[in-house]
Design a binder for this molecule. Structure first.
Ligand code: ATP
Length: 304
């Protein structure tokens, strides 16, 4: 397994014209850090299946294994149905009832989180790992204002007065560049645009919850290119200024080459290849990866 600990400095692909026309490159420019040793998250030989109505097991994840090093942005890429989301949902314990774990471990800071009791698991997932889903408006509660949702979560995690929690909510909206945050805090999710709702979700998941690991499942899908770039710039900024570790599930290899430190390539429930973004985009080892890059017209030109 490749350690996804990387330095961003001097990636040769930074100088290559691999971005589609009109794309803005968002760079982390994180200073070179001391070598990191322990992964924040480690998935080991994780296999799982869905139980059909007739009781049969249909395997969907096959000995999945990858590591995410602290402070990095790691992309998980692969075609639809390759197991990216199921693996992420396994980290959060949000799997459908019909999913059966067949083997493996998911270690967070060295501890297997699949064996925690329900309350320890809830605490860990609320406080140290949080997730941003693709459709932020659907993930937010439609009957409460955005400010109230952020303030409630702030109080739940950090206690304190209602007034202080609301001030933190407004500040979090400001930090994610929502204009007029005081006024916006009094609005409901349906009054937010898709991009603004995604920012509010990031404010909630990253700034209010203050997790160590933020999992983002297609956070920019459905947004226009400019909003996508702004959202990714925000995530990169949070990773750089707060040491946030990000696992980014995406189909958009343009976003990956612009923003990520490391890449996990999945296909048909298996990890095909892992490496630094530079390795994956300039010297992919596996044919599947080369095909994926060729299909997106990024990285190696070779069409396989
Ligand atoms: N609730 C479910 N019941 C049965 N099979 C499921 C269920 N959810 C997912 N699967 C199957 O598990 C496999 C992995 O799905 P998963 O959602 O992890 O893929 P993905 O890589 O995230 O795809 P996408 O990019 O389309 O989101 C697929 O074959 C999918 O059909």
């Amino acid at each position: 397994m490749v350690d996804l600990a990387v330095s961003r400095a001097g990636h040769p692909w930074h100088d290559r014209s691999v971005l589609p026309a009109g794309r803005r490159r968002v760079r982390c420019n994180r200073p070179q850090e001391a070598p990191m040793t322990a992964p924040l998250l480690e998935i080991l030989d994780y296999s799982g299946a869905f139980r059909a109505v007739n009781g049969e097991l249909k395997p969907v994840l096959h000995e999945v294994g990858y590591r995410i090093m602290p402070g990095t942005i790691t992309a998980v890429v692969g075609e639809t149905g390759s197991g990216k989301s199921l693996t992420a949902l396994s980290i959060l314990g949000l799997l459908p009832a019909t999913f059966v774990r067949l083997s493996g471990e998911i270690r967070f800071k060295g501890r297997n989180i699949l064996d925690l009791d329900a309350s320890a698991s809830r605490r860990l997932r609320g406080e140290q790992i949080s997730m941003v889903f693709q459709d932020a408006r659907a993930a937010l509660n439609p009957v409460f204002t955005i400010g109230r949702q952020l303030a409630d979560t702030h109080q739940l995690h950090h206690g304190g007065s209602r007034r202080a929690a609301m001030a933190q909510a407004v500040e979090a909206l400001r930090r994610v560049h929502i204009p007029e945050p005081e006024r916006r805090a009094r609005q409901y999710p349906h009054e937010f645009s898709g991009g603004m709702a995604q920012r509010a979700m990031i404010a909630l998941a990253a700034l209010i919850c203050q997790p160590e690991l933020l999992i983002m499942d297609e956070p920019t899908t459905g947004l226009d290119v400019t909003t996508q770039a702004e959202i990714m710039a925000l995530i990169v900024d949070l990773a750089r200024t707060r040491g946030l570790t990000v696992c980014l599930i995406t189909h958009d290899l343009g976003v990956v080459v612009e923003t990520c430190d490391a890449v996990v390539v999945m296909n048909a429930g298996r990890v095909v290849e892992t490496g630094t973004t530079e390795q994956i985009f300039t010297a992919p080892r596996e044919q599947y990866t080369r095909r994926l890059l060729a299909a997106s017209q990024l990285g190696e030109e070779e069409a396989v």
